[in-house]
Design a protein around this ligand. Structure first.
Ligand SMILES: [Zn+2]
Ligand SMILES: [Zn+2]
Ligand SMILES: [Zn+2]
Length: 268
């Protein structure tokens, strides 16, 4: 079954332009003569098929992203981890949840679910619940091997990835995988990433970083995993879109906000 992946945001936690920065990439991101692909909101992806919309992460830019993409309904949200740039937009789901009597299901591993419950405690508390809180149900994903969620005929497999000292959650769905915020992919996860059409991968910048992959490291991971196409995301202002894209092999591209691609979501 054909599905569309829309990059809602492709920036790192600070976004591009980065507040207070006057570098050429940040300037290009906001200048009318600049390259709009350098403007990167916080990382998130929308997976759409038939009339279903599943979002991976709701960061602080979710409201603007949903307006930009004319996103009028969300059926489920899958979370990767509990950092601010991935969860702070959860509350913006509220108007979209009111028409779901049973609530929109959220999926998160234990540590992410703990963080979401703590930050949005008024949403999840059993007593004195804030009346117009988001109608969401938080489902905890097991950290054991083979964890997956079935949504509307598609399977979303949890792919453990290494993000500094944490093991966080990436997702594979059909012939595509979305792996943000990682500096390494554990050996056990590699077989789960075979035969991909689309691989979305963290590529923060050129300089090493303790919790994120560099451009060179992500190119190596693509060479190792051999997806048909790869798209880099979670990028900082160190990566100028046109210049970096021009030096990458044709099957690897920098993603940009609003980029859409199609893939088979029911591929085995
Ligand atoms: Zn992040
Ligand atoms: Zn900058
Ligand atoms: Zn993170």
């Amino acid at each position: 079954m054909e599905a569309t992946l829309t990059f809602l945001g492709t920036g790192t936690s600070m976004g591009v332009p980065t507040l207070g920065c006057t570098c050429a990439v940040c300037a290009s991101a906001v200048s009318p003569d600049g390259d709009a692909r350098n403007r990167r909101t916080r990382p998130s992806a929308l997976i759409s098929w038939e009339d279903h919309n599943v979002v991976i992460d709701t960061g602080p830019d979710f409201h603007a992203q949903a307006l930009r993409e004319n996103l009028r309904s969300v059926d489920a949200v899958l979370y990767t981890h509990g950092h601010a740039d991935h969860i702070l937009g959860m509350d913006d789901l509220r108007p979209l949840t009111f028409r779901h009597p049973a609530g929109i299901p959220l999926y998160a591993d234990d540590s992410t679910a703990d963080t979401i419950e703590r930050i949005f405690d008024y949403t999840f508390r059993k007593q004195d619940r804030y009346a117009t809180s988001a109608r969401v149900t938080l489902n905890r994903l097991s950290s054991g091997p083979g964890t997956e969620v079935s949504l509307f005929g598609a399977r979303f497999q949890r792919i453990p990835v290494t993000h500094g000292r944490q093991t966080i959650t990436g997702y594979r769905f059909g012939s595509a995988a979305y792996l943000t915020d990682l500096n390494e992919i554990p050996t056990e996860s590699l077989p789960l990433l075979a035969d991909l059409d689309v691989l979305v991968l963290d590529a923060l910048r050129r300089q090493p970083h303790p919790t994120h992959s560099t451009l060179d490291n992500s190119i190596k991971l693509v060479e190792q995993l051999k997806p048909r196409r790869a798209f880099f995301t979670h990028m900082s202002h160190d990566l100028e879109h046109a210049a970096i894209d021009a030096m990458l092999p044709p099957h690897i591209r920098l993603a940009y906000d609003g980029l859409q691609l199609t893939f088979d979501i029911t591929a085995p």
